[in-house]
Ligand binder design. Structure first.
Ligand code: OGA
Ligand code: NI
Length: 363
C-alpha cells in the first residue's frame, strides 16, 4: 500500500490501524490530514466505478412543478406526472414544493458546520452500528465492508417532538433550530406527496400516509477526493425506504440507473429529489420501481446532501396492496416485516437491489 506511506501523522500507522481509525474518525479526517492519494481500501473494482466511457445523460430525470397540486383542475395532471415518473424512472425532482429557499439553504449550511466541528464533538455520536438512532459514522456499513465509501454521515430520527430533538447534536448552535424548520416544511410536503402517490396508484388518498409514518433524517458529507475516478461516495443501491426526499447542494454527484444507463440528477438547489424506495416498490406490486443510484465524488469540491427516508414502523407488514393484485397482476413480492427487511438490508455492504431481489416471488 504505497499510498499509506505518504500519509501524515494523524494516520501514520499500519494499514489495518489506518483502516480502523478511518472507520471511527471518518473520511473527512483523512482528507484533512493532507493525503494526496486515496488508500487502497477506497479503490472500487473497475466494473463499479463511474467511468467516463459509460453513457451519462444530462438532465432527463423528470422535473415536476408541484404548484398545481392544490388546484382541483391541475391536480390530476400533476398526479399523473408523478405516477408516470415513478413507473418510468423511480425518481423525479419536485420544484415549487412549498419549503422556503432560506430553510433549505440554512439546512445545507448547518450541515457543513456540523462536519466542520472538531472531531471530538462528532465522535461523541460515533457508532458503527447502523441501528443506533443518533449516529455519526462514515462509509455505509463499515463493520461489513472491505472497501469503504467516500462519505461521512450524521443520522437521527426525523421526529421534531421535544423528546426526540433533545437527542440531536447540540452543536453547532443553530443545528436544532435549522433542522427543525427543515423537517417541519418537509413533513407538510411529504404528506401532500403521499396523497398524490396514493391517488396515482388508485387507492384512498391517506393510504401511504398511514403506512409511511416515520422519518429518518440524514446528512451526507462527501469530501473532495484526490482520486475521484477510483472510488465512489456511495456504491449503487436502492433505498430501503418507502420514499426518500433528498436535497442536493449545487455540486453534481447523484446518478440514477435507467434501462442500463446512468443519468446525472442535475443539481437544483430549489428542488427535492424524490426516490422510490424498496417498500413502495413492494406496496405498488412492482408498478413503481425503486431506483438504483450511486454518488460520485469530486476532486475540488466537498458535496453535501440532506436525506429523509420515509419509512413504516418496524413491526409493519409490507405486502403488495390488495387492490393492485388481480389475475393479470399476481403478487410479485412476499410479505415482509419492515424491521426484518432492514435487518437484511443492514447486514451487508451496498449491493444494488439485492434486498428487494430476496423478497421477489419467482414464477
Ligand atoms: C442515500 C443516497 C444520495 C446523495 O443517502 O441513500 O443515495 O446524493 N444519497 O447523497
Ligand atoms: Ni440512496
Amino acid at each position: 500500500m504505497a499510498s499509506v506511506a505518504s500519509l501524515p501523522s494523524l494516520f501514520a500507522a499500519e494499514d489495518s490501524t489506518l483502516f480502523k481509525q478511518i472507520k471511527m474518525k471518518g473520511v473527512k479526517a483523512l482528507v484533512d490530514s493532507g493525503i494526496t492519494q486515496i488508500p487502497d481500501f477506497y479503490i472500487k473494482p473497475v466494473e463499479d466505478r463511474a467511468l467516463e466511457e459509460r453513457p451519462l445523460v444530462d438532465d432527463q430525470v423528470p422535473v415536476i412543478d408541484f404548484s398545481g397540486i392544490y388546484d382541483p383542475v391541475s391536480r390530476s395532471r400533476v398526479v399523473k406526472a408523478i405516477g408516470d415518473a415513478c413507473k418510468e424512472w423511480g425518481v423525479f425532482q419536485v420544484i415549487n414544493h412549498g419549503v422556503p429557499k432560506h430553510v433549505l439553504q440554512d439546512m445545507i449550511e448547518v450541515g457543513h458546520e456540523f462536519f466542520n466541528l472538531p472531531l471530538e464533538d462528532k465522535m461523541s455520536y460515533y457508532s458503527d452500528d447502523l441501528s443506533q438512532p443518533v449516529r455519526f459514522g462514515t462509509s455505509y456499513n463499515p463493520a461489513k465492508e472491505t472497501i469503504l465509501e467516500w462519505r461521512d454521515v450524521l443520522r437521527h430520527p426525523g421526529s421534531i417532538s421535544p423528546e426526540a430533538v433533545q437527542l440531536w447534536p447540540e452543536k453547532p448552535e443553530s443545528y436544532r433550530e435549522n433542522t427543525t424548520n427543515y423537517l417541519k416544511g418537509a413533513k407538510v410536503f411529504a404528506e401532500t406527496l403521499f396523497a398524490a402517490l396514493s391517488e396515482s396508484l388508485g387507492v384512498q388518498s391517506d393510504y401511504l400516509q398511514n403506512i409511511l409514518t416515520e422519518m429518518m433524517f440524514g446528512i451526507n458529507y462527501y469530501p473532495y477526493c484526490p482520486n475521484p475516478d477510483l472510488t465512489l461516495g456511495l456504491s449503487a443501491h436502492s433505498d430501503a425506504s418507502g420514499i426518500t426526499i433528498l436535497l442536493q447542494d449545487q455540486i453534481a454527484g447523484l446518478q440514477v440507473l435507467r434501462e442500463g444507463r446512468w443519468y446525472l440528477v442535475q443539481p437544483r438547489s430549489d428542488a427535492f429529489v424524490i426516490n422510490v424506495g424498496d417498500q413502495l416498490e413492494i406496496l405498488s406490486n412492482g408498478r413503481f420501481k425503486s431506483v438504483e443510484h450511486r454518488v460520485t465524488v469530486n476532486k475540488e469540491k466537498t458535496r453535501i446532501s440532506i436525506g429523509i427516508l420515509c419509512v413504516p414502523l418496524g413491526d409493519t407488514r409490507i405486502a403488495p396492496i390488495s387492490g393492485l393484485i388481480d389475475e393479470s397482476h399476481p403478487p410479485m413480492y412476499r410479505e415482509v416485516i419492515f424491521k426484518e427487511y432492514l435487518g437484511h438490508y443492514f447486514s451487508k455492504q451496498h449491493n444494488r437491489k439485492s434486498s428487494i431481489d430476496s423478497v421477489r416471488l419467482k414464477f
